[in-house]
Design a protein around this ligand. Structure first.
Ligand code: ATP
Length: 375
C-alpha cells in the first residue's frame, strides 16, 4: 500500500481550527443513597487536548474505544459544551450554543458520522436531504435550475454520477459506500473549511473503504479542506493522514507526522497499537471493522478514577516511579535522518514528533530497549 503523498506542511500552512487544553468531564448520575452520601463524580472523557487542523491536510486521531476521540470531535463541532479549554476558528475563540451563531460555525465546520444509514432519514430521498442542506447554508442557487445544478455538482464531487441516477433514490436503495458519499455531499453543501470525520469507513464493507478514503483525500486536495480523521486503525492513519495524534484514556500521548509516528512510534502505547495491528494492507480487504480494535496488553483504565501520573502506567512495560505520580509533558523527539526530508522542518513552533512520556526526558534515566527506534 502506498503511503500518504502529501508533502510536509509548509511553515505558513494555515490553521483553520484548533483546540487548546480542551477538556470534557461528564457528570455521573448517582442513584438512591449514593445521591445523598457521595461527592459528585465525573467521567474524565477528554483532558487537556491540544491539536491543530490545517488547510489541505488530514490529521488522524487514533486510539482504542473509549479513549475520547468522538468526544473531541463533538466538542470541536460545538455539539457539547466544554468543561475547559479553548476552540479557535481562524485564531478566534468560539463558543456557540445554538441558533444563528451555531449555524454560522456549522457552515465552516461540518461533521461526518460513522453510520451513514443512521444519519440519513429513511423516509426522504437524496434530493430532499441535499436540498435541505443547501438551503440551510444559503447555497441552493437561483431558482429551480440553480438548485438542480447545485445538487448535481454536489453528487459529482462525491463521484456519484450521473447525478440524476441517485437524486430521487431513498437511502435504503443505495449501498453503504454510496450512502456515506451522500453524507459527505451533504456536509459539502455547507461549503465548509473543516470536516470532522468520526470513523467514516469503519461501518463500511472492507472492499469499499479505500474508495471512500481516497474520495476524502481527493476532496482535501481539491477543496483545501482541513480534515480530522478519527479511527481505531493506525494502519489507515499512515495511509490516509498527513499528521497523526494518538489518544489514550482521554489524553493525547503522541503526535507528529504520520510517517514518523507510525514508522517510529515512541510512546509505549502507540507501539502497542502498532504491534496489535501490524498489517498495513488490512484496509484493502482483510478482516472486519472489529478486527481493528486493540484489546491486547491489558484494559484501559476507569475514566471516573483515572490513574495518577501517566494514565498508561498500569499497562506500560517501561513504567518508572515518576510515571505513577507525575503527568508527563510533551517531549520533542528527533526525527530519524532518513525521514527528515519527507517530514520537513517543524511547522511554526511545533515539533514534527513528540511524545508525552517520561522515557524521553533527556534529563532523566536512559531510554530502555524497545523504545530507541526514534532516538
Ligand atoms: N454523554 C456521555 N455521558 C457520559 N459519559 C460519556 C458520554 N459520552 C462519552 N462518555 C464516556 O467518555 C469516554 C470517551 O468516550 P468517546 O465516545 O469519546 O470515546 P471514543 O474513543 O470515541 O470511543 P469509540 O471509538 O468507542 O467511539 C468513555 O468512557 C465514554 O463512556
Amino acid at each position: 500500500m502506498s503511503q500518504t503523498s502529501s508533502p510536509p506542511a509548509p511553515p505558513d500552512s494555515e490553521t483553520v481550527l484548533e483546540a487548546d487544553g480542551l477538556t470534557k468531564h461528564f457528570a455521573v448520575r448517582k442513584s438512591g443513597r449514593q445521591a445523598m452520601t457521595r461527592a459528585p463524580r465525573v467521567v474524565h472523557a477528554v483532558d487537556d487536548v491540544t491539536l491543530k487542523l490545517r488547510r489541505g491536510r488530514v490529521t488522524a486521531l487514533v486510539g482504542e474505544s473509549g479513549s475520547g476521540k468522538s468526544t473531541v470531535a463533538r466538542l470541536l463541532a460545538q455539539l457539547y459544551p466544554r468543561t475547559g479549554g479553548d476552540i479557535r476558528l481562524h485564531g478566534k475563540s468560539v463558543t456557540v450554543k445554538g441558533g444563528r451563531r451555531f449555524r454560522a460555525y456549522n457552515r465552516k465546520v461540518q461533521m461526518i458520522f460513522q453510520d451513514p444509514f443512521a444519519s440519513l432519514n429513511p423516509v426522504h430521498t437524496i434530493r430532499y436531504h441535499l436540498t435541505r442542506a443547501l438551503r440551510i447554508h444559503g447555497n441552493a442557487g437561483k431558482g429551480a435550475d440553480g438548485l438542480q445544478q447545485a445538487l448535481e455538482q454536489l453528487l459529482e464531487r462525491v463521484q456519484l454520477t450521473p447525478a440524476t441516477r441517485y437524486l430521487d433514490k431513498f437511502p435504503h436503495e443505495l449501498s453503504g459506500g454510496q450512502r456515506q458519499r451522500v453524507a459527505i455531499a451533504r456536509a459539502l453543501a455547507a461549503d465548509p473549511e473543516a470536516l470532522l470525520a468520526d470513523e467514516p469507513v469503519s461501518m463500511l464493507d472492507v472492499s469499499i473503504r479505500l474508495g471512500v478514503l481516497n474520495l476524502l483525500r481527493d476532496l482535501k486536495e481539491r477543496l483545501s479542506l482541513a480534515i480530522l480523521y478519527i479511527t481505531h486503525d493506525i494502519a489507515s492513519a499512515r495511509y490516509f493522514a498527513d499528521d497523526t495524534m494518538v489518544m489514550y484514556a482521554g489524553r493525547m500521548v503522541e503526535g507528529g507526522s504520520s510517517e514518523v509516528v507510525t514508522q517510529h512510534p515512541a510512546h509505549p502505547y502507540t507501539q502497542l497499537l502498532i504491534n496489535s495491528a501490524p498489517d498495513p494492507d488490512r484496509i484493502l480487504g482483510e478482516g472486519t471493522p472489529d478486527d481493528t480494535e486493540d484489546t491486547s496488553g491489558g484494559e484501559p483504565p476507569s475514566l471516573i478514577d483515572p490513574p495518577s501520573g501517566c494514565r498508561f502506567n498500569p499497562r506500560c512495560p517501561h513504567a518508572m516511579e515518576i510515571c505513577r505520580t507525575e503527568l508527563p509533558p510533551r517531549f520533542d523527539i528527533p526525527v530519524p535522518v532518513e525521514l527528515s526530508a519527507t517530514v520537513g522542518a517543524p511547522v511554526g513552533e511545533e515539533s514534527p514528533h513528540w511524545a508525552a512520556c517520561w522515557l524521553f526526558d533527556q534529563t532523566r534515566a536512559t531510554v530502555p530497549a524497545g523504545t530507541e527506534a526514534s532516538q
